[in-house]
Design a protein around this ligand. Structure first.
Ligand SMILES: Cc1ncc(COP(=O)(O)O)c(C=O)c1O
Length: 401
């Protein structure tokens, strides 16, 4: 079958909730993906930063094959050898006391919200049902009802109400607004260190530190959603590391499994996580032996293989070179590490057509927020490949009329 045949079938049978580029992929290896007609592309999206380790990493293939023949799912009704070792590795690699494993990113965010509320009622002694969580304008934390309920994006919530109460929205990047919004009922501040889906919005340097200090002063948990920014993407293990901030609650997903399996987690110290009791929370698949084996190895690849430093070095290089492209359509290039956004001018006519032109040249990118092209290759990319991509990106930005 040809690409168009697959596209027609998917359009007929799958819910129309995305607007993919017209490319049908069948194989991935490192930074490269191949379509059903054999054309090779540089993946500059990395499944929204879930394949930081590169596609089909050989170490992960080995682990998934071995573990699939051993034990895949027990539920948490029983202990299993892989989960225990995963929790240990996760906590030791990140410096948190405890973790809870879930599946999707949105589930981890929901889990963090429950964690903060429980702590608010039991430790901060907020009156029953009065807990408030402060969130930021432009946030993206997933697609559950609770989470879209506090999105500022009207399409994410239109026709999906009613929503949960207890969320207060403030401008992103403004620490004073955070302090002003805190009340005795505030239990947590939920923030992305860089807003990825919001258009790769990088807050002013010092913002995270100030926000963290304000949270500390007011007995409010600082909860970082590092589902997209974490695990090396920004050139540090976590984006909060750039400001030496250690969030009270760390939320991870995506690259935690190197793209092999949905694995997410919430990391918290014992004083907070220790409040959970049997029956308070759960997930049939969360932290299952297959997920745990994959995530243990995926985490090891991130921390062992020098790819965090690669992301840091090549991220700076890529960003600088992109900013030098002489195109009237480029308004700004921003980001940190290999989380890079190129914002186009209003005259450019939207980022989509540039993504389509890049596809023709063998580079897969996706527009975010209409005017931003996101460049987020797997962190195992090399300088030579970035130079190869820059030539093509330049042609597209200079030639497209
Ligand atoms: C910052 C952030 N939080 C949460 C999510 C939701 O993750 P998932 O799609 O796995 O539910 C995403 C996904 O893009 C994200 O970027």
């Amino acid at each position: 079958m040809k690409a168009n045949d697959y596209i027609a079938i998917e359009k007929q049978y799958a819910a129309n909730t995305y607007k993919p580029l017209e490319v049908v992929l069948e194989k991935g290896e490192g930074v490269w993906v191949y379509d059903v007609e054999g054309k090779k592309y540089l993946d500059c999206l990395s499944a929204y930063s879930a394949v930081n380790q590169g596609h089909c990493h050989p170490r992960l293939i080995k682990v998934i094959q071995e573990q699939a023949q051993q034990l895949t799912l027990t539920s948490r009704a029983f202990y299993n050898n892989k989960s225990a070792m995963f929790y240990k590795k996760l906590c030791e690699s990140t410096g948190y006391d405890m973790a809870i494993a879930m599946n999707s990113g949105a589930e981890a965010v929901e889990t963090a919200i429950k964690t903060a509320r429980k702590w608010g009622y039991q430790v901060k002694k907020v009156e029953p049902d009065k807990a408030e969580i402060i969130v930021c304008h432009g946030n993206f934390h997933g697609r559950t009802i609770t989470i879209v309920g506090f999105s500022s994006e009207s399409q994410y919530k239109a026709d999906f109400g009613p929503f949960s109460h207890g969320f207060v929205t403030i401008p992103y990047g403004n620490a004073k607004a955070l302090e002003a919004a805190i009340t005795p009922n505030t239990v947590a501040f939920l923030v992305e260190p860089i807003q990825g889906e919001g258009g790769v919005i990088v807050p002013p340097m010092g913002y995270l530190k100030k926000a963290y200090q304000i949270c500390q002063r007011h007995q409010v948990l600082f909860m970082a959603d590092e589902i997209q920014t974490g695990l090396g993407r920004t050139g540090n293990l976590f984006a909060c590391d750039h400001e030496r901030v250690r969030p009270d609650v760390m939320i991870l997903g995506k690259a935690l499994s190197g793209g092999f399996y949905p694995v997410s987690a919430v990391l918290v110290d014992k004083a907070v996580m220790g409040l959970f009791r049997p029956g308070d929370h759960g997930s049939t698949f969360g932290g299952n032996p297959l997920a745990a084996a994959i995530a243990t190895e995926a985490l090891a690849i991130i921390t062992d293989d020098g790819i965090i430093e690669n992301s840091n070095q090549l991220g700076m290089y890529f960003q600088e070179r992109l900013a030098e492209i002489p195109s009237p359509y480029i308004k700004e290039v921003r980001g940190r590490g290999l989380l890079i956004g190129m914002e186009l001018t209003a005259e450019a006519g939207g980022a989509r057509r540039f993504c389509e032109a890049l596809q023709d040249k063998g580079i897969l990118c996706k527009e975010t927020h209409h005017h931003v092209i996101r460049f987020t290759p797997p962190l195992v990319v090399t300088k030579e490949i970035i130079d190869w991509a820059l030539e093509r990106i330049t042609e597209v930005l200079v030639d497209v009329q």
